[in-house]
Design a protein around this ligand. Sequence first.
Ligand SMILES: [Zn+2]
Length: 198
Amino acid sequence: MPIADKELKRLTEGNERFAEGKSEHPNLGEELRHETFHSGQEPFVAILSCADSRAPVELVFDQGIGDVFSVRNAGNIYDDIELGSLELGVYKFNIPLLIVMGHTDCGAIKLGVQGDRLHGYMTKVIDHIIPVAEAVKRRHPDLSGEALETEVTKSNALRVVEEIIEHSEVFRKKIIDGELKIIAAMHDLKSGKVSWLV
Ligand SMILES: [Zn+2]
């Protein structure tokens, strides 16, 4: 079976339940809490996603305690700390699947599209998005509004995938050895549906 097919299927099925309002909220019981505490965690997926309160990954994929090694920040961007955290999860727990997920109506993406850096440390986040937005605007001068934001969100997630592979020797080795798959994803906040950007 190709790498991470089982894990992708588990996420797809969980997201379908979530989008249809049929979440089962698995792996949340007291027993499992005790079990994962005593025998440790075995997450099957690592996800880099946005801090937006409407995009909690465990709920979006209908998963529970011990399932997802989750790294979140505004705009699902990455820097050394995020990359180190993802490497830790993937390496320590032999996680075969890493997802970089953006979402519609993303505030960080909107600011990047507008070129509004705000102030304080917020500029550091927006500075990651601005070059992506500028590149998309050059490639698609016809796009504006929501369509432009969606394109920038997709482009940002795909770029993060490319760059973390480029920067992480740990991930490159695992990919070559057939032990890791990394893919980008897009979460539609309105429908709740996640699509894989492959
Ligand atoms: Zn966001």
